[in-house]
Write a protein that binds this ligand. Structure first.
Ligand SMILES: [Mn+2]
Length: 316
């Protein structure tokens, strides 16, 4: 992490030029390479299509595309799928693409991942591994990948720039959720804009003090759960301080019909509640992690399984 902060950022364009556009598109959580069984269409073709729409729009407008992490669903992707996304990126070598590294279980480790391969193969791709910030026109875009603490980037604020924008891949939410998170209310920052990712639900545009938090929600719809069924994939269009969340014109119903029994709410929270009841826990005095530990001990559950569950919970 300290090594990360020692890296030197990138100045993309001559900042002295007069016609500064100060525009970008932003998407996040594309999860390319997943294999959801509940989709009626080809999930990965759909992700490529949504990426294609955004890349084309960025190309036409001649503005950068920002991808806020979890571009990939898994670092163990097939060569076949990798070739498809390389083929797509190859069509847009004239678009600046700035990518944050999301969770390591999705985007992989810098030394061995499809994201690193994209970085090596495409000069127009800039990833957070090598660049703490990218300056384009009058915008200072600071990259806070998942492995970092998003509150430790204040030193990268550049007062000479009109817009200081922090691109995060952390769960930063308006209302508390049962997973590790940062509350917007408590998120002390002097950045003008904070781009949100990781949490897949769309929270929209939230203004707190002098900071605008922007949450378009995940581009991917992997799970046959209410939040994914109802969410229309969206992107952010930023133009000189005006922020819009636009929906993508894609097929709305992409999931198989659930059978009647499954229409009951079986969200993780409900399951955790049931689990807590089962082992007779005092829910008010425990965090979810403590509750899981007590449950595991009482049920004599394999430690590896418990660690797996805890890791996955952080990725929701
Ligand atoms: Mn994600």
């Amino acid at each position: 992490m300290y090594e990360y902060f020692d890296k030197i950022g990138k100045f993309m364009k001559d900042n002295k030029k007069s016609n500064k556009k100060n525009e970008f598109l932003y998407i996040c959580d594309c999860h390319y390479g997943a294999q959801p069984v509940s989709r009626i269409d080809d999930y990965n073709s759909s992700i490529l299509h949504k990426l294609d729409i955004n890349l084309k729009l960025a190309q036409v407008k001649n503005i950068p595309l920002l991808i806020g992490g979890d571009l990939f669903d898994t670092p163990k992707i097939s060569i076949h799928k990798l070739m498809d996304i390389f083929y797509l990126f190859n069509l847009y070598r004239d678009v600046e693409i700035i990518i944050n590294r999301g969770n390591h279980s999705h985007d992989g480790h810098p030394k061995s991942s499809p994201l690193t391969m994209l970085d090596i193969a495409f000069e127009n791709v800039i990833i957070s591994d090598n660049n703490p910030f990218v300056c384009i026109d009058d915008m200072n875009i600071v990259l806070a990948p998942n492995e970092t603490n998003p509150l430790l980037f204040e030193n990268f604020i550049n007062e000479n720039m009109k817009y200081n924008i922090l691109m995060t891949h952390h769960i930063i939410v308006e209302k508390p959720i049962p997973f590790e998170h940062y509350l917007i209310e408590e998120f002390k920052t002097n950045f003008d804009y904070v781009l949100l990712a990781d949490y897949h639900l769309q929270q929209g545009i939230i203004v707190k003090d002098n900071t605008t938090f922007i949450s378009p929600g995940a581009l991917a719809r992997r799970k046959n759960i209410t939040s994914d069924i109802e969410r229309i994939p969206s992107y952010v269009y930023f133009k000189d301080g005006v922020v819009k969340i636009e929906t993508l014109d894609v097929v709305k119903n992409v999931f198989v019909e659930k059978v009647q029994d499954e229409k009951q709410d079986t969200s993780i929270i409900d399951n955790v509640k049931k689990m807590i009841e089962l082992v007779d826990l005092d829910i008010n005095s425990k965090s979810i992690n403590d509750a899981i530990d007590i449950f595991a001990e009482k049920m004599k559950t394999d430690k590896k399984l418990i660690n797996y569950i805890k890791e996955r919970m952080g990725e929701l």
